[in-house]
Design a protein around this ligand. Structure first.
Ligand SMILES: Cc1cc2nc3c(=O)[nH]c(=O)nc-3n(C[C@H](O)[C@H](O)[C@H](O)COP(=O)(O)OP(=O)(O)OC[C@H]3O[C@@H](n4cnc5c(N)ncnc54)[C@H](O)[C@@H]3O)c2cc1C
Length: 403
């Protein structure tokens, strides 16, 4: 057994030992509210930290385990199968905390935040999107103006995941409207409990409210909350998005595994025969298998490159685009096969095990973290080397662009 296989087996044994308390199967019977589930999630994170499975690939000086990306991937692959209550901490530990580790100035304070986030005691959000700047991050309008030895921030963010439960957030704002749109931005961390911060949840089609509008009314920021140079915020934001690209990869598009589709087609019928015998269904299974196997290979290569100290290429943009489309199509097909039964929608069903929930939530997956169209542009320009998309505001000062 290789070292990683041994580690994986140990991780599996630990996960099995806590599953009776925390797994999706165990929690499903309890009919918990989001707040109760989050409370259980915090307990799970603390136990995971104490067991040595938190911050697996982060340096020990900052509260991590000092192991490799491969150890992290091995643990995550096992953990995903249990449906543990860790969804609340995904963004927090995925992007904001790694960025804080990189750019945070007060190391002792940063370490304290890292450990509290790993233990699930504190949660961070990522405040990038705005009504006027989603895909085009550099179009954002939330501003921070100099205020004594700090800044005063006013504006609105939108689609901020888990903001209603967050203690802190990372945020990009405009500090200079007189220069080109990419050059006038600055990156800060913000205290989500500060005076002037208001969070309003948005209800999604699937029934949950994990995304929010966040309003900032003259919120005070100390200059020590700045991460990176004044005017260098776009670069820090790109760094954040590069981390985001590889932080979570699931060739099933965070929906059901292909094996579940195969099982579904064995149980359901077309014209009185098992659906799996139908040529169209068999072709869909084969196509999706090939697509997902291709994505898994890209991911393995990217992680091997990172392990070797190299930067993976822009092909990571393919991951979400292809995976979520594949999930949406398969979910649609499974619903069609179920006929009227598909109307029996269970709002508490698990997205990785239920076709209705998967289908209803798939469109958000095609938008969040970069819409399909924007990913297609990235692939065209960065992977295929095609000419840049039309950019009429290039080189124009931000305050000269018509609002
Ligand atoms: C469930 C969910 C969770 C999210 N969580 C967060 C979060 O935690 N933090 C955060 O900051 N944001 C979050 N977002 C926001 C998400 O990143 C944005 O919705 C996304 O970047 C798209 O921006 P937009 O909604 O402003 O759409 P727009 O940018 O207004 O796009 C509208 C349409 O125009 C197309 N379009 C726009 N520009 C181009 C272009 N250049 N070329 C071709 N087509 C284009 C888009 O593809 C889309 O179809 C979340 C979104 C969702 C749905």
């Amino acid at each position: 057994m290789s070292e990683i296989e041994t580690y994986r087996a140990q991780a599996r044994a630990w996960l099995e030992s806590v599953a009776p308390k925390y797994s999706r199967a165990a929690r499903g019977k309890l009919n918990l509210s989001v707040e109760e589930d989050l409370a259980l999630g915090r307990q799970y994170m603390a136990e995971k930290y104490d067991a040595g499975y938190a911050g697996i690939n982060w340096k020990t000086e900052i509260g991590g385990q000092g192991l490799s990306n491969m150890h992290k991937i091995a643990f995550d692959a096992e953990e995903m199968q249990f449906g543990m209550p860790n969804v609340y901490f995904g963004i927090s530990l995925g992007m904001p905390i790694p960025i804080l580790i990189h750019y945070g100035q007060d190391r002792a304070w940063v370490k304290e935040r890292v450990i509290k986030a790993l233990r699930g005691e504190e949660i961070w959000c990522q405040l990038f999107s705005e009504p006027s700047g989603g895909s085009d991050l550099a179009a954002l309008r939330t501003k921070a103006e100099p205020d004594g030895n700090g800044w005063r921030m006013t504006g609105q963010k939108v689609w901020t995941s888990w903001a209603q439960y967050c203690d802190y957030g990372v945020i990009v704002v405009r500090t200079d409207p007189t220069v080109e749109k990419h050059k006038g931005l600055t990156y800060f961390w913000v205290d989500m409990k500060a005076e002037g911060v208001e969070v309003r949840p948005i209800k999604l089609a699937g029934g949950d409210s994990h995304v929010n509008e966040v309003f900032f009314d003259a919120v005070r920021l100390e200059d020590s909350q700045r991460m990176g140079e004044v005017g260098g915020g776009f670069g820090v934001a790109l760094h954040t998005l590069m981390i985001e690209r590889y932080i979570a990869t699931d060739s099933a598009g965070f929906g059901p595994h292909l094996d579940l589709f195969v099982d579904t087609t064995k149980e359901l019928t077309i014209n009185g025969k098992p659906a799996i015998k139908d040529g169209r269904i068999r072709s869909a299974i084969a196509r999706n298998h090939a697509m997902r196997a291709g994505l898994d290979s890209i991911t393995k290569r990217a992680f091997a490159m990172m392990q070797a100290g190299m930067q993976p290429g822009p092909e990571g943009s393919l991951q979400k685009l292809v995976a979520v489309r594949s999930r949406q199509k398969l979910s649609e097909m499974a619903l069609d096969l179920q006929g009227n039964q598909a109307f029996d929608f269970d709002p508490h069903a698990y997205v990785k095990e239920d076709w209705g929930t998967s289908w209803l939530n798939a469109p958000t997956g095609r938008i969040a973290g970069g819409s399909d169209e924007v990913l297609l542009n990235t692939i065209a320009e960065k992977v295929l080397g095609l000419p840049q998309d039309h950019r009429p505001d290039k080189g124009v000062p931000f305050n000269a662009i018509p609002a």
